[in-house]
Ligand binder design. Structure first.
Ligand SMILES: [Cu+2]
Length: 262
């Protein structure tokens, strides 16, 4: 029994070391999807921890199976049925304890990431109301009373998104920022994220919402604080107060009769 255990430990450590060594190199080479917000960063971290912890589990299964096939193989044609084995309480207990510990660690890490997404917005947060309808997204900057069909965000500025829909169910998704929220008529879904990489990204609708669902994409542009300030002042000059319907729609009207907030 000693051989497979030594093999298991050695191969696990070697693979984990290889993963830790290769992961930053692959990330540099652009092998992983872009992570452009604090939420996306924490998802990458969670994926890395999950991958690391799954290495000994995977190696354990493969090594013990391969070792058994090799070490206990029958040479020539078997003449009788092998001995019947009925469980091993000690092994079972260790298996349960190890699984429990692993799952508890993963639960704590995953829950921490979720808590970050659902945390209350800091007082300095930019407020963006996302209003989905067939087949566009509109963005209302409620702090400035501005509306835009392109989502402009400021680098390293926390944003509280409030997502709703005017007609059918849609879903507001920015893959690169690791955020997604259902857009449901009569409900306001909120979450907080901080964009932390300059660039152009895409918002996609993630809920089948009609014939033009696949075209329901808009741009996300993350600007430096100076550029964002310039954009805001340009928009405030260009849009007289009360220019567009959805920007002016009071929250109560968006919530409809049910008035649910989730
Ligand atoms: Cu859609």
């Amino acid at each position: 029994m000693r051989t497979p255990i030594i093999l298991w430990v050695v191969v696990s450590i070697a693979l984990a070391a290889l993963y830790l060594f290769l992961s930053p190199i692959l990330a540099q080479a652009g092998a992983y999807p872009t992570a452009a917000s604090d939420v996306a960063d924490s998802q990458v971290y969670i994926m890395q921890v999950f991958t690391l912890l799954s290495i000994p589990v995977f190696v354990g299964v493969v090594v013990f199976a391969a070792y058994s096939i090799f070490a206990f193989r029958s040479r020539g044609r078997p003449t009788e049925i092998g001995p019947q084995v009925h469980g091993n309480s000690k092994l079972l207990a260790w298996w349960l304890i190890a699984s429990f510990v692993l799952v508890t660690i993963l639960y704590v890490i995953g829950f921490d990431g979720l808590a970050q997404l659902e945390a209350a917005a800091p007082a300095s947060a930019l407020h963006v109301r996302v209003t989905a309808q067939q087949w566009i997204f509109n963005y209302t900057y409620t702090d400035y009373n501005i509306q835009s069909s392109t989502l402009y965000l400021e680098l390293n500025q926390p944003v509280e998104f409030t997502v709703t829909s005017l007609d059918v169910h849609h879903s507001f998704w920015i893959p690169e920022m690791g955020v997604k929220a259902d857009a449901v008529p009569g409900e306001l879904n909120t979450f907080v994220a901080t964009p932390n990489k300059l660039g152009h990204y895409t918002v996609r609708c993630m809920e089948l919402c009609g014939v033009l669902h696949s075209d329901m994409n808009t741009n996300v542009i993350v600007l430096t604080p100076t550029d964002f300030g310039t954009w805001i002042s340009q928009q405030m000059g260009a849009q007289p107060a009360g220019a567009t319907a959805a920007a002016q729609m009071p929250e109560a009207a968006l919530l409809g009769a049910s008035g649910k907030r989730s």
